[in-house]
Design a protein around this ligand. Sequence first.
Ligand SMILES: *[C@@H]1O[C@H](CO)[C@@H](O)[C@H](O)[C@H]1NC(C)=O
Ligand SMILES: *[C@@H]1O[C@H](CO)[C@@H](O)[C@H](O)[C@H]1NC(C)=O
Ligand SMILES: *[C@@H]1O[C@H](CO)[C@@H](O)[C@H](O)[C@H]1NC(C)=O
Ligand SMILES: *[C@@H]1O[C@H](CO)[C@@H](O)[C@H](O)[C@H]1NC(C)=O
Length: 373
Amino acid sequence: MCELSNTIVKYRMPASKSKMINSTVLASVTFLLLLPNPAYSQQPANPIRVNTSATQFLGAQKSRNDQNILLSGAEGHIGNTYYQIYADVCQKTNPTDEACSTFLANAIAVETLDPTLVDDYYNPPKMFCNGLKGGRVHMANLVPTGGNAGALWYVELGSCDGFPVFEQNGCPVAAGVATATAPASGQPSCIVMPGFWDTKHEPQFGATAAIGPEPDGYIYLFGSLDANAPGANLSDVYVARVLPGDVTNLGEYQYWDGTAFTSTRIIDPVFNGTYDRPSVLQGVSVGSVFYNAYYKKYIALSAPGGNQLVAYAASSPQGPYSAGVQIWSNSTIGGLYIPIGLPARDTSGQTLVVDLSQYGPNNIQVVLKLFFE
Ligand SMILES: *[C@@H]1O[C@H](CO)[C@@H](O)[C@H](O)[C@H]1NC(C)=O
Ligand SMILES: *[C@@H]1O[C@H](CO)[C@@H](O)[C@H](O)[C@H]1NC(C)=O
Ligand SMILES: *[C@@H]1O[C@H](CO)[C@@H](O)[C@H](O)[C@H]1NC(C)=O
Ligand SMILES: *[C@@H]1O[C@H](CO)[C@@H](O)[C@H](O)[C@H]1NC(C)=O
């Protein structure tokens, strides 16, 4: 009762439903349409149907302890504690200020039973993971790797000097993994490892999503090429995987080549009017992928036009993905981006809570609860 409002809530996942998924994303202000890969001739049907008259519009997400607002959040967990990890936190001097006084890269908060409320550890929030090159480390994913440990995949954004394309949020100077440890209480600690992938030539794995460990034991990572990579078309999504015990060992990662997972890294994949086959989804600026127990499918979300939500389904993380179906739209709203599904809130998968950040106010302005049919 009243204790709840002052207590950090820990969810407990039944052992039989311990399949943990999280979704992830980086801040971006582009709203591109996500399209299925034309390289797949056998596109599966999309089973997703929403009872639109049951959809609940829950409003904005806020921190319970301070006025800072959070954006680009994704869900993750270590043990039984469920977190939201934010690529950015917009710190406000006063709650009523329209503008953010500071943007803090990567913060972590604990979920509460109410999807519109989280608990921060510090006011102002403390950055969770520090980059090695003095840049801002963006990460919005967290998967458990056993015991009180977890892993996150980051992109470090630094100076655009020497990069052909200037990027508003900074240019990616490193991409790789960080390890996290959750103490019995208090904010988890984080160690950023030196970058794994060449951000000018390889997808930034984990930046679009990191999920797992899946039933086959692997953690699956989704990522796109940066705008500075040759042939990049913003956000053709590529897939890699790794076992939880091997996350810090680059040599153990495997990459989807369109037919199989192999140890061959995806370097300079070509966009030439169509896409290289290894790209499993296209045109998604940023988005999330998660497992849904109700349809028994992996679902990817996009927010085309900034005021609707479109869902794609696949039987395996690497696809093939179905065409999209619109599952929500709202003509009175605009500027929405980074749709994040929070699957752990209903392990049956029949309902789905989704967060959407909004450009302008720069916060998670919309929390939806969708009911699948
Ligand atoms: C859809 O939601 C409405 C409102 O909650 C409910 O009355 C109706 O029975 C639902 N329809 C189905 C097919 O579940
Ligand atoms: C649409 O957005 C408005 C706020 O602009 C909100 O009041 C309303 O409930 C939303 N409707 C749906 C179906 O999401
Ligand atoms: C990016 O891909 C889209 C198809 O999704 C295509 O229409 C567009 O021309 C491509 N842009 C560039 C710069 O290649
Ligand atoms: C473009 O890519 C497709 C798929 O990889 C390939 O079949 C085709 O030959 C390429 N076309 C050119 C002009 O390089």
